[in-house]
Design a binder for this molecule. Structure first.
Ligand SMILES: Nc1ncnc2c1ncn2[C@@H]1O[C@H](COP(=O)(O)OP(=O)(O)OP(=O)(O)O)[C@@H](O)[C@H]1O
Length: 724
């Protein structure tokens, strides 16, 4: 299933689209060629099955007894009577649900959290155990529940903000139904020509979920809706393909991009032979549809694995293959779990499944992370919301016309209006709380910027007064800065002291405000969660309270619009944070440039002194320099500069730089003398210095190669441009 299926109707910025559309950028060059992973699971024999045709050799290999036709094939050279197949992993009859999950899907959950798309699908003949693996039976939970529960487990322990959304659909007799909102009827597939022909399911509901309990509720609700009927082979045979999708958006408070990953978990209907299943009438028709779509899937697998013409893969033959396109050949990590029975009576089906699975092993495609830009997403929201609003006004007109005919327009107190008012009420409340959250975030950011400004005032004062500044909160304020206010200049404060004193008191107020707003924020987040739950409960009750299809459609669309409005606002909040972050970084850069200028002046003066007076370099500095040289030779000569062990380089640079420039300018208390005005080495200036130093070291390597004498960069200020 294409990842876009999930997102498109809501965000219009599906993960499918994400991976390929130009609006999205790749974070790093992470596209890698990956093979589709194929696992085979053998279900235990049932009580009425006797005789085996399949044997497990080891954790990767199985053998199946040959058919009579194969045995009679005179061209076959090795007549062992058995055919051997190797896969990524083979699960025997005794394998547990946990083992299957751990070895096939667990790693995919981690992948989607860092922005990859992934699919796991169960394939096999009817009754071979697909639903057992994917959904589970009785207490034995399947992959779907395990994956989502793992996902929430990781998300709850993580500091990032995640949004988790799920959708669940079935393809029954070539019709797509929303299992979370069956009232929406059959849904259409739409090919988005503007976006690399991605496939979308129009009107598929996608629910934002906040807890595993909520997910379990939705899963059960969806599974109850799924078409399951007894057949001659399986008492609970799934008559449809079920596609569960979980999308995770990870937005960091400061980043300009959002990572989005999507996991599809698919329980395919099983292929069936009428002679085996003894299906008639409706069941027979269902079986024909299932077989047709599985045949189309088999053809795609065949083509993709290079079996036939590798250049053309026909996805158009069924809805299943159109939806699975991305999973089979696009930006997606895919795992196929082929299910077979070892019973001799199922030998033909087992053999066919193994042939399919072996072909699928040959499929590989490029996989990369999805990183999407927040601004782009906001625009996408806008356009989807506007489409939905048009749809709502069309439905409203239709509903009003219908009522006018039947009841002369007396409809002000109809249930639909009451429910709509309730729904709109909860969404208004959500919007109010979201707005409040945005205000709080904005305020917290301004407080952060303001605190930074006060720290700068204090650090400048301290450096002017020969103190080494280290960042403190107002409660850790240096005691003597309080007392120094009225001692240095007789009985009157000078302006400088007043400013510094004011800065400390402002900082204390800011920190107090920050604490207050952080508490307010967490309270608002809890309130928002409660209102969101209320809205979900109302939405879930819709089908019970309304009997007209159009009314239900109208109200569910109204819900969608409001949900999207709310999501859009959340993204706008993200943009706000982004712009504050840019401002903060701008300020930091400004500060670093100022420090760089001062450092450059110091270096120039020292060079003049050293050159003018022929001052020899201190031994420890020479020693340090020599050990660097060796280290760099050992680690990075002819390699990338980034591989130089930075930590030790930085430490040594700190020492040598500090010593060479300011050692002799400290008084006996260790503070710097007024003349030196040296800015202490900050992490930023240290990094800047380091990068210059490392470049210099590379120059030095060049010098030593050609027997020239090299001197560290800070002795060559006048040649700086030439060197760096
Ligand atoms: N690994 C297993 N361990 C125990 N029981 C299993 C296992 N696999 C399947 N079964 C049992 O076999 C029966 C058929 O399994 P299941 O319904 O999962 O098959 P299926 O492939 O989904 O069939 P269909 O395609 O008809 O829906 C069920 O009663 C199920 O409990």
């Amino acid at each position: 299933m294409s990842p876009s299926t999930v997102q498109m109707q809501n965000l219009n910025g599906s993960p499918y689209t994400v991976s390929s559309a130009p609006e999205f950028r790749q974070e790093e060059s992470t596209a890698v060629e990956e093979k589709l992973m194929v696992a085979v699971r053998i279900r235990p024999l049932s009580t009425n099955e006797t005789g085996r045709s399949l044997y497990v050799v080891d954790s990767k290999t199985i053998v199946i007894e040959e058919t009579e036709k194969e045995r009679d094939d005179v061209l076959r050279q090795k007549r062992t009577g058995q055919k051997r197949y190797a896969f990524d992993v083979v699960f025997d009859e005794d394998s547990t649900q946990d083992e299957v999950y751990e070895k096939t899907t667990k790693s995919l959950v981690k992948d989607i959290l860092v922005g990859f798309n992934a699919t796991v699908f169960a394939y096999g003949a009817t009754g071979s155990g697909k639903t057992h693996t994917m959904v589970g039976h009785g207490g034995e939970t399947g992959i779907m529940v395990r994956a989502i529960s793992d996902l929430f487990d990781i998300v709850s322990k993580n500091a990032y903000r995640y949004t988790v959304k799920m959708s669940y659909l079935e393809i029954y007799n070539e019709n797509i139904r929303d299992l979370l909102n069956p009232a929406s009827g059959f849904l259409e597939l739409r090919e988005d020509t503007s976006r690399n022909r991605n496939i979308q399911v129009t009107g598929l509901s996608e629910v934002v979920v906040v807890s595993i309990d909520e997910v379990m509720g939705l899963l059960h609700q969806g599974n109850r809706q799924r078409t399951v009927e007894p057949t001659g082979v399986n008492k609970t045979s799934s008559r449809s393909h079920a596609l569960l999708s979980v999308t995770v958006c990870k937005a960091s408070r400061t980043a300009t991009a959002v990572r989005q990953g999507r996991l599809f978990m698919i329980d395919l209907a099983g292929s069936e032979r009428a002679s085996h299943t003894k299906n008639r009438g409706k069941r027979l028709k269902e079986g024909a549809h299932i077989n047709r779509s599985l045949l189309a899937l088999g053809n795609c697998i065949n083509a993709l694995s290079g079996g036939t013409n590798p250049r053309f893969v026909n996805y158009r033959d069924s809805k299943l293959t159109r939806l699975l396109r991305e999973s089979l050949s696009g930006n997606c990590r895919t795992v196929m779990i082929a299910h077979v029975s070892s019973a001799a009576s199922h030998k033909d089906e087992t053999r066919n499944t193994l042939i399919y699975a072996a072909r699928a092993s040959g499929i590989s495609h490029k996989v990369e992370r999805n990183v999407l830009n927040v601004s782009f997403q906001v625009n996408q929201y806008r356009s989807v919301i506007s489409d939905l609003r048009n749809e709502i006004s069309r439905l409203r007109t239709k509903l009003d016309e219908g009522r006018a005919k039947s009841s002369n327009g007396q409809h002000s107190d109809t249930p639909v209006n009451q429910i709509r008012d309730q729904i709109v009420g909860t969404f208004r409340e959500q919007m109010k709380l979201r707005r409040k959250l945005m205000d709080i975030d904005g305020h917290l950011l301004s407080l952060g910027v303001e605190a930074e400004r006060q720290h700068q005032i204090i650090s400048q004062w301290e450096s002017r007064n020969n103190r080494l500044y280290c960042r403190r909160t107002s409660s850790q304020r240096r005691p003597n800065t309080k007392s120094s206010i009225n001692t240095s200049n007789g009985d009157s404060f000078d302006n400088d002291q007043l400013n510094m004193h004011q800065a400390w008191s402002d900082l204390s107020y800011i920190e107090h405000e920050q604490e207050r707003y952080v508490a307010l924020r967490s309270k608002t987040v809890s309130e928002l969660d409660a209102v969101r739950q209320q809205a979900v409960a109302l939405e879930n009750n819709l089908p019970k309270r309304l009997d007209s299809e159009t009314e239900r459609e109208l109200l569910s669309l109204i819900c969608r619009v409001h949900e999207l409005e709310a999501d859009k606002m959340a993204l706008q909040g993200e943009r706000l944070v982004e712009s504050y972050e840019l401002r903060r970084r701008g300020d930091l850069l400004h500060k670093l440039h100022r420090q760089q200028r001062i450092t450059d002046d110091i270096i120039t003066k020292q060079r003049q002194i050293i050159e003018g007076q022929n001052v020899p370099l201190p031994t420890d500095l020479k020693e340090l320099y020599r050990s660097y040289q060796q280290e760099i030779h050992a680690n990075s000569y002819n390699t990338d500069v980034n591989t130089i062990p930075l930590t030790s380089a930085i430490q040594s640079i700190d020492k040598s730089f500090e010593k060479a420039t300011i050692d002799d300018q400290r008084d006996k208390n260790g503070t710097y003398t007024a003349e030196s005005r040296v800015q202490p080495i900050t992490p930023e200036s240290r990094l800047y210095t380091t990068s210059r130093y490392l470049k210099a070291v590379h120059r030095e390597l060049w010098f030593s190669k050609y027997n020239k004498i090299f001197t560290p960069f800070f002795l060559f200020k006048n040649r700086k441009l030439e060197y760096f």
